[in-house]
Design a binder for this molecule. Structure first.
Ligand code: ADP
Ligand code: MG
Length: 643
């Protein structure tokens, strides 16, 4: 035959395989989820390619995923075969895709896995998914047979096999000795199960696994091959029970009687049972006369995901768990979303659609490192259930909202719209606007109706909301309403709540800002002291975004922001009338003149003036910024920026 090409694994793959193969027993279920999601990707790729090149797929051939388990003839061991009719792989692609690590997340996974223990690694597998390599969690040997459709780059398609065992550090790629069994395109993965993984041969186990982890992993039908025994009516010649060697009903009741007769203390019960037995006997005799049944073996492909996709279903009939599972499978994020909003609408140009907007449970690590707006990968735009693109192009979302995850399915765009033609339409711009509006609505609803979830949102996205209020002019006010800040009186307050409970006559919104300080330190600051004693609420700002936001807002509902660390602080509820206060201030200044002069002389290098203050309650003195000067906080930020 044709010589087999032998390849050594790239070193990272070898390391990864070792981690996967060693232990992780309790997480090996994930292999099925990973292989199904790869099959789904391959089918999606085929359909996308076919939008441009009809020869790849005519739109008629079935697109599906099949799962079959086979026991070995000798009763020992067996195989699972997972096949799809997707884009397939050429010999070269088999080598490159399965022998190297293309996945960006995998490198990070490796680093973390090698520095943690087995359970830690197990959790990581749950979180990252290991893709194709998870096959080796359950299989001693894996064969991937595949054929890619005929294209200019692949003029003579031929079905090839990738084969690798769990032990070897190499793999082989060779023409499939069976010839072409997969048609024009597709992939078939055969897992030769490890001796301790034979439970996966059981179709019930497989069905449960798909139901639990993968019903939402594919929008293409998934079929499982099952064999069951069914009782069917026997229409041919009547076989009497005696001939069949079965106990006749009357014989059976005789036996029952005999048994009961042994027990002499139960005369009364015996009578009752005898009566019942006679009745049953009659019933059974009648049944037997009507239809005679016989067991037969039925082979059947069971459709495991017959429900329409979740976004097309009525939200009333969808549980939170279903949304969570759908989210996790679709966005490969194994944390749960904080919240979601499922709605239908109209793009404004007559295109109706259904959509679900998800707020994820975590913010990507890289979020604060990205300089400007980034392309959104997690907006899945579909037309009539067919995935079209994740790329909103120039109309991608602003940076503050770049983490939102969305599925959106438009009803009546022509199916053959390609990414390129979409870019020119106003449709994407409308979609972007709708997503932003619905995301903000969802956050507003959490603020009003779901305090626990809103708190979770604040923990993860609090700073992001403030960033949005600074950067996104169009949504500034709505986002500022959603921003929360600690104060000297409560853990968290919105600007509106602050105004609602402000003191009578209060003309300013008071705040003290010092990035990086603990809230308790701000709380005990001399600047807050007097206001606190007088019952004023002061925002305590220790996050970088806070003071910038206040400066950007300038006013909130006609009240200006007043930095309490700046001189010239006015309360608005002065106990004394202004004339009286001026008198008192003058008198005190005269009385303490020698002290003030001395202090000014001694500290002249660092302060520009020393004055009597009315803002302190228990502290003897405070150093404040000039009305026109920078606050200590802003000066700190400037110094840091100049470094
Ligand atoms: P990922 O899916 O994150 O890319 P995997 O390890 O799961 O990583 O798969 C590696 C690559 O192998 C895929 O990106 C794809 O190119 C290829 N591949 C895997 N399974 C299939 C399949 N069923 N059909 C076509 N290509 C596949
Ligand atoms: Mg994968």
């Amino acid at each position: 035959g044709v010589p087999k090409q032998k390849h050594d694994y790239q070193s990272d793959v070898a390391r990864l395989r070792k981690i996967v193969i060693n232990s992780l027993y309790s997480h090996r279920d994930v292999f099925l989820r990973e292989l199904i999601s790869n099959a789904n990707d391959a089918l999606e790729k085929l359909r996308l390619t076919a939008l441009k090149d009809k020869t790849v797929w005519d739109g008629e051939e079935t697109l599906n995923i099949t799962i079959k388990s086979e026991k070995n003839e000798n009763g020992k061991g067996g195989r699972i075969i997972i096949a799809d009719t997707g884009i397939g792989m050429t010999a070269e692609e088999l080598t490159n895709n399965l022998g190297t690590l293309a996945k960006s997340g995998t490198t990070e996974f490796l680093q973390r896995a090698e520095s943690s223990d087995a359970t830690g690694t197990g959790n990581l597998i749950g979180a990252f998914g290991l893709g194709f390599y998870s096959s080796f969690l359950v299989a001693d040997r894996v064969y991937v047979s595949s054929i890619a459709p005929k294209t200019a780059k692949n003029p003579q398609p031929a079905q090839h096999v990738f084969s690798s065992s769990a032990e070897e550090s190499s793999f082989e790629v060779y023409p499939d000795p069976r010839g072409n069994t997969l048609g024009n395109h597709g992939t078939e993965i055969t897992l030769v199960l490890k001796d301790d993984a034979l439970e996966y041969l059981d179709t019930h186990t497989l069905q449960e696994l798909v139901n639990k982890h993968s019903v939402f992993s594919s929008t293409f039908p998934i079929y499982l091959f099952t064999t069951r025994t069914e009782e069917v009516p026997e229409e041919e010649e009547m076989v009497t029970p005696e001939e069949a060697g079965e106990a006749t009903p009357s014989e059976k009741s005789d036996a029952e009687k005999a048994k009961l007769e042994d027990d002499e203390d139960e005369d009364e019960d015996e009578a009752v049972i005898e009566e019942l037995s006679d009745e049953k006997v009659k019933e059974k005799e009648e049944e037997k006369k009507e239809v005679k049944m016989k067991p037969v073996t039925v082979d059947e492909w069971v459709h495991l995901n017959p429900m329409p996709p979740i976004w097309l279903r009525d939200p009333k009939n969808i549980t939170e768990e279903e949304y969570d599972l759908f989210y996790q499978a679709t966005f490969r994020d194994f944390t749960k979303p904080i919240a979601y909003h499922h709605f239908s609408g109209d793009s404004g140009s007559g295109v109706s659609f259904k959509a679900i907007v998800f707020i994820p449970g975590t913010l990507p690590d890289s979020f604060w490192q990205q300089p400007t707006s980034i392309t959104v990968k997690d907006v899945r735009l579909m037309v009539k259930r067919v995935f079209i693109t994740s790329d909103l192009g120039d109309d991608s979302l602003p940076k503050w909202a770049s983490w939102v995850k969305v599925v959106i399915d438009a009803d009546d765009l022509p199916l053959n719209v390609s990414r390129e033609t979409l870019q020119g339409t106003s449709f994407l711009r409308q979609i972007r606007r709708i997503i932003l509006r619905r995301l903000i609505q969802l956050m507003e609803r959490l603020a009003k109706e779901e305090p626990a979830k809103f708190e979770e949102l604040q923990k993860t996205f609090g700073s992001v909301i403030k960033l949005g209020a600074i950067e996104d002019q169009g949504n500034r006010d709505k986002l500022a309403v959603l921003a929360r800040f600690p104060t000297n009186q409560r853990n968290s307050s919105s600007l509106d709540e602050y105004l609602d409970t402000r003191k009578k006559g209060q003309k300013h919104i008071f705040y003290l800002a010092d990035v990086g300080k603990k809230i308790s330190e701000l709380q005990n600051s001399v600047f807050v002291e007097k206001l606190h004693a007088r019952g004023y609420e002061v925002f305590l700002l220790n996050e970088p975004m806070d003071e910038v936001l206040f400066q950007n807002l300038r006013m909130w509902k006609k009240l200006g922001f007043q930095d309490v660390a700046k001189a010239g602080l006015k309360f608005g509820d002065e106990d004394l009338d202004p004339e009286e206060e001026k008198e008192q201030h003058k008198e005190l200044t005269e009385r303490f003149r020698p002290l003030l002069d001395w202090l000014k002389k001694e500290a002249g290098d660092v302060v520009s003036n020393v004055v009597i203050s009315n803002r302190l309650v228990t502290s003897p003195c405070a150093i404040v910024a000039d009305v026109m000067g920078y606050t200590a906080n802003v000066e700190k930020l400037i110094n840091a920026a100049n470094k």
